[in-house]
Design a binder for this molecule. Structure first.
Ligand code: ATP
Length: 848
């Protein structure tokens, strides 16, 4: 049995068919096990990755984040961050990126230079990556910046960190070709823009829409939401979908509920990184201020630059014209450091050029207005000097923030006028700005005043720049909201003018009116306060008396008030006189009167919406308008007289073309014909006022010249009319010739030739034409006659008039031949007269 069994087993093993089946089964099994899975396509892998990343969003814990790779970010973003040397996120990045990835609205605030740009750029890239956004999807994210420079800078950072993504990005700022932008904008996925330019596209470009927008970012949000941009931003937001995510960032974040309501934020996350910090400015920033008289400021700046030649410095000024003037004179003063200027009146190309140059330079000074105050990340700036006091503490914080950025050190110097010190320092303390007072060493102060005077004497243009600088600075101070800090009436204008190199302070006409209004307002408020307290006292007395008739009380009190007011008026008049004297001492009597200021105030209105009507200038506009009519005649006369008396030159407004040409805009220039003399006289006027006799003489000459020109013009006009008449007649004649052609069918060829030769205007002499009046007369006669014969008659009259033409230029040779054949010239037969007669009779007889 045992053997049998063994035998059976052997038989099974040796069966080749069975063996093969067994082997095949085994082979198939292993093949199945080792078969590579079906290859996934790229987008499927991407989708899976995205799902994995999104799955991790809920677990983000800012406290555990050390490296960027601790965030669930795409490989494309992470690689670019590493390549740009960004390894560890800053505090604001740690705290906001998580919320932003989760799709929440975020309000982020952190000190200047703390890395807010990446805090919103990374979520923007990830948001579009999550959606697998492509060019055909159009606009997905919008980043709004308050200035072109900041938009440009953000765009550059985006290019660095977004280089591995396939999104298209565009910079939409003013100063570029709108058409060109319009063609590309609808294919752009991420737009970085300034508010005005974006709205222009929304309004004017029909192919541009933002209906699919996923993310809106406001960089320097408090600035964008303030009154300067209010209308523009509201209009932009109206065009955006409500479903979008909104991120707001600034070093001085807005907390105004009203502001935020405009953006319809949905349960925003507030992230104030340095809310508990002791100071609101970077710890590595050293800040100090000096108090300096207005007329010493230029000297102080020059001295400062002379002692910081190897540094990179930004100097902030109050207005463009100040930058324009001081930039030029400092270039000429050669302080030993290269001087650059950046302000809003420059062309866009120039602005970018200056920006890049200052980025590149190791040592240089940049004279700038507040367009450079926010967000700009110039590397390695050592000093920020605020030559003019900033508008408020927030502006101060942003200005000084151009130095001491991202762990670097820096220094800041604020220059204050004595009148500005108290108010500004109080504001800075309130905003937790640590600042120390330092003194200017008078021995180290270098005076440049004489040099400036010399420059201005050499160049008239420079002088005008200085004048514009003077007026603009005062205007900027006048327009400042905070009157506790900025008091234009405390400034010593003649000294200030001298410090700019001007011999005489230019007239600042708007100040006179402002001063008057200030006084009136003060007077009114005093009166109101007094009447209030009087009323209170009276009602109290009445109560004591048990009087229950408030109406009589009031009328009585009004009467009493009137008498009080009269007394008050007298005393105030005296005060007014004192103040007037004091003011004149300060201003050197430079303030104009009511009538003279309107132009300046018009300028003021144009300048800014934000600070319009600071002194309630328009409050009594209605009354002024009524008075205006009454005073108009008198005021102009007065004005002219005053100018004559004081030897003042009327202010002029000149602009500069791109080619540097000066164009006078105001007063409208009536160029005199007697050029040379005028120029000579101009010089005289400068020193001795208006030379009336010379002016009269000039006018007389101009009149003569004018009459001459007018006479020539009239003669020319007459000639022209004559020529036109002749031309009309010529046309008429050729028309008639045509009609004649059609009437005399057999002569068609002849007439065509005649017409063509006569149609050549250049060779044609109109004086050879028949008198058009005569032709018209004959035509009129014809018209009056039978209509059927009109054509024929006209042809006849025309041809007869042509026949009358002695010189016969119009006639062709063939026509002449025709004319000759129709004439009665004798035919020479060679016979005698009698034979001729016989021949004639014979011929006649044979015809009949
Ligand atoms: N994670 C990081 N690692 C290294 N450097 C960084 C990082 N984040 C930002 N920076 C650098 O810090 C500097 C300041 O950054 P950024 O301009 O974003 O500051 P900010 O907070 O926007 O400043 P401001 O308030 O003035 O606009 C830049 O030079 C930037 O390159």
């Amino acid at each position: 049995m045992r053997v049998k069994k063994g035998k059976e087993k052997k038989t099974n093993d040796e069966d080749p068919v069975r063996n093969f089946e067994k082997w095949k089964k085994k082979h198939d099994k292993t093949k199945k096990r080792t078969k590579p899975p079906k290859k996934k396509r790229e987008w499927e892998i991407e989708r899976e990755n995205i799902e994995k990343l999104v799955g991790r969003y809920g677990q983000i814990n800012p406290k555990e984040v050390i490296k960027f790779s601790d965030f669930p970010l795409s490989q494309k973003t992470l690689r670019a961050l590493l390549e740009s040397q960004y390894r560890q996120p800053t505090e604001i990045q740690k705290q906001t990126i998580g919320f932003a990835l989760q799709g929440k609205d975020v309000l982020g605030a952190a000190k200047t230079g703390s890395g807010k740009t990446l805090a919103f750029l990374i979520p923007v890239l990830e948001c579009l990556y999550r959606q697998q956004w492509t060019a055909v999807d159009g606009l997905g994210a919008l980043i709004i910046s308050p200035t072109r420079e900041l938009a440009y800078q953000t765009f550059e950072v985006l290019r660095k960190v977004g280089k591995n993504h396939d999104f298209s990005a565009g910079l939409v700022i003013g100063g570029k070709d709108l058409k060109d932008e319009s063609l590309k904008i609808h294919r752009t996925n991420i737009i970085i823009c300034t508010p005005g330019r974006l709205l222009q596209h929304m309004d004017e470009n029909s192919s541009f829409h933002a209906s699919d927008l996923h993310m809106l970012v406001l960089d320097e949000a408090d600035r964008i939401l303030d009154m300067g941009f209010a209308d523009t931003v509201n209009a932009i937001v109206e065009n955006l979908p409500k479903t979008r995510q909104t991120l707001l960032f600034s070093a001085t974040q807005t907390k105004s509920v009203k502001d935020l309501a405009r953006l319809s934020l949905k349960n925003p996350e507030y992230v104030w990184v340095h809310e508990q910090a002791k100071f609101s400015t970077p710890a590595t920033l050293e800040q100090s201020y000096v108090v300096c008289e207005l007329h010493q400021k230029v000297n102080m700046l020059f001295s400062f630059l002379r002692s910081h030649l190897q540094k990179k410095i930004i100097v902030f000024f109050a207005c463009c014209k100040e930058v324009q003037y001081l930039f030029r004179v400092f270039c000429r003063l050669r302080p030993g450091i290269s001087v650059l200027a950046l302000h809003g009146k420059q062309q866009q190309m120039k602005r970018v050029e200056v920006y890049n140059e200052f980025v590149r330079k190791k040592a240089a000074v940049l004279f700038a207005t507040d367009i450079a105050a926010r967000g700009l990340d110039f590397p390695a700036v050592n000093w920020v000097v605020q030559f003019d006091c900033p508008e408020d503490a927030n502006t101060y914080i942003h200005r000084v923030g151009r130095t001491a950025r991202y762990k670097e050190g820096g220094e800041a110097l604020l220059v204050l006028l004595p009148s500005e010190e108290k108010g500004m320092i109080a504001q800075l303390q309130e905003k937790k700005v640590p600042i120390n007072k330092i003194q200017v060493n008078p021995e180290k102060l270098v005076s440049v005043q004489q040099k400036l005077e010399a420059f201005l004497a050499q160049e008239k243009e420079q002088k005008e720049r200085a004048q514009r600088c003077f007026v603009s600075y005062l205007r900027s101070i006048y327009l400042m909201k905070n009157k506790d800090v900025f008091d234009v009436f405390q400034l010593k204008l003649p000294e200030y003018a001298t410090s700019l190199g001007l011999a005489v302070a230019p007239r600042v006409r708007f100040l006179g009116k402002a001063q008057k209004q200030r006084e009136t307002a003060a007077q009114e408020s005093n009166t109101a306060a007094e009447s209030d307290s009087d009323e209170e006292l009276k009602s109290f007395k009445a109560q004591l008396r048990g009087d229950s008739k408030p109406s009589t009380q009031n009328s009585q009190s009004e009467e009493e008030e009137d008498s009080d007011e009269e007394e008050e008026d007298d005393s105030e008049e005296e005060d007014e006189d004192d103040e007037e004297e004091e003011r004149d001492k300060n201003t050197g009597g430079l303030l104009g009167t009511d009538e003279e200021e309107d132009d300046d105030l018009r300028d003021v209105d144009l300048l800014t919406v934000k600070q319009k009507d600071v002194f309630n200038v328009n409050e009594n506009e209605q009354d002024e308008k009524v008075d205006e009519g009454k005073n108009k005649k008198e005021s102009k006369f007065k004005e002219a007289k005053k100018i004559q008396k004081r030897n003042f030159r009327v202010n002029t407004k000149k602009i500069f073309t791109d080619e540097g040409e000066v164009v006078q805009q105001w007063p409208p220039q009536q160029r005199t014909i007697v050029q040379d003399e005028e120029e000579e006289e101009e010089d005289d006027e400068e020193t001795s006022g208006i030379n009336v006799e010379a002016a009269k003489e000039r006018l007389r000459k101009e009149d003569q010249e004018f009459d001459k020109k007018e006479y020539t013009r009239k003669i020319k006009e007459k000639h022209r009319e004559k020529r036109l008449k002749e031309k009309a007649a010529r046309r008429e004649a050729s028309k008639r010739t045509k009609e004649k052609d059609s009437a005399e069918g057999e002569d068609e060829d002849e007439e065509v030739v005649a017409y063509l030769s006569g149609a050549d205007d250049e060779e044609f002499d109109p004086s050879m034409l028949p008198d058009p009046d005569k032709v018209r007369e004959s035509e009129e006669e014809d018209d009056e006659g039978s209509p059927e014969c009109t054509g024929r008659k006209r042809t006849h009259s025309c041809s007869s008039s042509q026949d009358e033409d002695d010189e016969g230029h119009w006639r062709t040779g063939r026509k002449k031949a025709r004319q000759t054949s129709s004439g009665a010239e004798p035919l020479d037969t060679g016979l005698s007269l009698v034979e001729d007669e016989e021949l004639a009779l014979h011929l006649l007889g044979s015809r009949s």
